[in-house]
Design a protein around this ligand. Structure first.
Ligand code: AR6
Length: 180
């Protein structure tokens, strides 16, 4: 585990399974139809049970790329799931803005719902093909900037599934520590 303190808040990175996290909310890497899928999205719906999809269908008609919506956590330990839609990597300059916006909108939902701890997966770096080196810096920078102005969020944990992705996030966090 590696941590970076931002004022009174903490950014933490761990290797593990996001469905097992005990943070108040967990983030999901969803698609804009909110239709469920493979990867972390499939794992969250399997572990959380059908109430999550029922709520998505009842409340939302999809979600634009770069934004996020919130549901309850069903059978998960987390009380909420924040379904964020990252970009499909396209090598365009819009990719970074959309990825950053997916994380920022998720954090804004935390503020609105008085959620003080959230665990995120590495959005867009699976089937959506975003290179992890670049995506990890965007993710960590976006969270750090948000936490600077939002002390109500105490903990943001990145939960990386595989060791390679974990190491890349670890390096990015260390790099950030050196320049902060
Ligand atoms: N816990 C934490 N991270 C996980 C888990 C888990 N249980 N399972 C996978 N990952 P991806 P994307 C990691 O493909 O690129 C879905 O079909 C995985 O190793 O899940 O944003 C959606 O419905 C990778 O590092 O998300 C969308 O259609 C990271 O989570 C599409 O995939 C993200 O990989 C979204 O693609």
């Amino acid at each position: 585990m590696t941590q970076l303190r931002v004022n009174q808040s903490v950014i933490e990175i761990v290797q593990g399974d996001i469905t097992q996290q005990d943070t108040e909310a967990i983030g999901n890497a969803a698609n804009s139809r909110l239709a469920g899928g493979g990867g972390v999205d499939g794992a969250i719906h399997r572990a959380g049970g059908p109430s999550i999809m029922d709520e998505l269908r009842a409340k939302y008609k999809g979600c634009p790329t770069g934004s996020a919506v919130i549901t309850g956590g069903g059978n998960l330990k987390a009380k909420y799931v924040i379904h964020a839609v990252g970009p499909i990597y396209s090598r365009s300059s819009k990719d970074a803005k959309l990825l950053s916006s997916a994380y920022r909108t998720s954090l804004e939902l935390c503020t609105q719902h008085k959620i003080s701890s959230i665990a995120f997966p590495s959005i867009s770096t699976g089937v959506y093909g975003y290179p992890v080196e670049e995506a990890s810096r965007i993710a960590l920078d976006t969270v750090k900037e948000y936490l600077k102005g939002h002390p109500e969020i105490k903990l943001v944990r990145f939960v990386l599934f595989d060791n390679k992705t974990f190491k890349v996030y670890e390096d990015a966090l260390k790099e950030m520590e050196l320049i902060s």
